[in-house]
Design a protein around this ligand. Sequence first.
Ligand SMILES: [Zn+2]
Length: 183
Amino acid sequence: MPSIPRFVAYEGYEVLDFKEFLSQGRIEIHLERKKDKPFNCYRCGTQMMAIRGRYRLRLKEMPIFNYECRVWLWRYQGYCSKCKKARSEAVSFISSDTPHLTDRYAWFLGNLFEIAAVSRVAEMFQMKESTALDLDFNRLKRLLTQYKIPEVTEISVDEVYARKHDKFEGESRSRSFLLSFQT
Ligand SMILES: [Zn+2]
């Protein structure tokens, strides 16, 4: 069977191993932290000094063909002198909307949420619907903080209907009658 091409790159990490479990429909990409990767607080960006621990991440990555793909890495924690507490290091490719996905996979799903129901996207990519809803909620919240409501220049009303009879006295659909409501 032909091997899957290695075209993935992760800032600050080397691809240590690329495990294909094709009969199980999944691929694992194992990363090793580069020695010169900056060790910065993920929250404020301050450089941290002492390592306080580490934990394993298994980020869901864009599927490769139809194989589920996960990125494995150790994420280190250190003491941030600005936040005055232990923090995880910044990793550039973790999505800002969810800690479970890579940024490119979250971006890809976000684009699908724009054109399809979240429940259908979740079904297609075998995600829990609640996970997909959380992702979409965080994505929309982030977009809303960047959105500026434009100045109101005109207000229009289309088809307001709240009555029992056909027409009020004097009502008309003529253009001159409708124009009389314009300000
Ligand atoms: Zn910090």
